[in-house]
Design a protein around this ligand. Sequence first.
Ligand code: ADP
Ligand code: MG
Length: 363
Amino acid sequence: MIHVEKLAKRYGDVTVLSDISTHIARGEVISVIGPSGTGKSTFLRCLNLLEEPSAGSISIDGIDALAPGADVPRLRQKMNMVFQSFNLFAHLCVLDNLTLAPIRLKGMSRAEAEAKSLDLLRMVGLSARAHAFPDELSGGQKQRVAIARCLAMEPEVILFDEPTSALDPTMVSEVLSVIRRLAREGMTMIIVTHEMDFARDVSNRVFYMDEGLIYEEGTPEQIFGNPQRPRTRAFINRVRSYGHRIATADFDPYAMNAEIEAFCEKHLLSHDTRHNLLLLTEEVLQLHMPSIGKGEIGITVDYAEKTGELSLTVDSPAGVGNVLETGAAEDDFALLLVRNYARRIDYHVADGRGLLELAVKRA
Ligand code: ADP
Ligand code: MG
């Protein structure tokens, strides 16, 4: 139904979408997830022709949406959008919000438009508020009105851009229930959302967006249960990171330790866990110091909120090798300490850097 090929969007020299290709079939429910600023809204806005792509093609039911002379209003009716901030007309009552576009754009009679709108308001549970103004409604009610208004145009696809992000937590579920119902009824939808449980059970496919791409896609089971690529894993496991680069032997270890302590405090890691991490950091750095002349050393602390896993990674020029094995460690005591505070130790080389990864024992 929707074919997107090599879609790109740049603002000046900032590339927001670099190369998006995907096919979406009728009846699919796609969740789009990813960190903020990765172009999820831009992607939807390009699909809806609110933004002009810099390159690539979009076709809907075989119609080239970007062709000169394409019937943009007609395409927008086919593919209607629901926004985070509702975008209701404040000066119109709920019913008039719904009937406006069908009367103006579809040439529907007022009587027919009103009858149909009342049906839709009933479907979203708000027929009693037909004559209220948007100001008199709660956020959840406003968003349900916005969904009904979108449906009044009889779209074939609905694009949702974070439909619950502007809502009070208590109102999220009433909006999600309406979207779930549409999914059950077979509506084709693309939903940008941060509600992971919802994405998991409403969609048949999940797109994880990052680096201007659909970086990884799969079924909800694949993306949430067994993501394959590093950025997807970090996002799904809610990995928080701290990093520090060390270029010379006379860096300030106290400043770095203080930052690591602050990181641990922020993520509510126990006193003993922090102690293990600091000890490990100090020891592995010690083991790397003789090699500092060969190039910069980086340390990264990753804490996965979802799994509770805490890891320390030291990256160094590949030529340094694994300091736990090269015997650079004359200091057996240091080695013993490292083995004692790390639950798992792994060393591998990637892109010319040696990565020593230590899973820190949690206490
Ligand atoms: P997301 O929805 O994933 O948070 P957006 O699509 O809103 O991301 O934005 C992606 C990037 O594009 C952001 O860095 C944002 O600053 C930039 N961007 C969005 N719209 C414009 C614009 N009109 N002009 C310049 N940059 C923009
Ligand atoms: Mg957005």
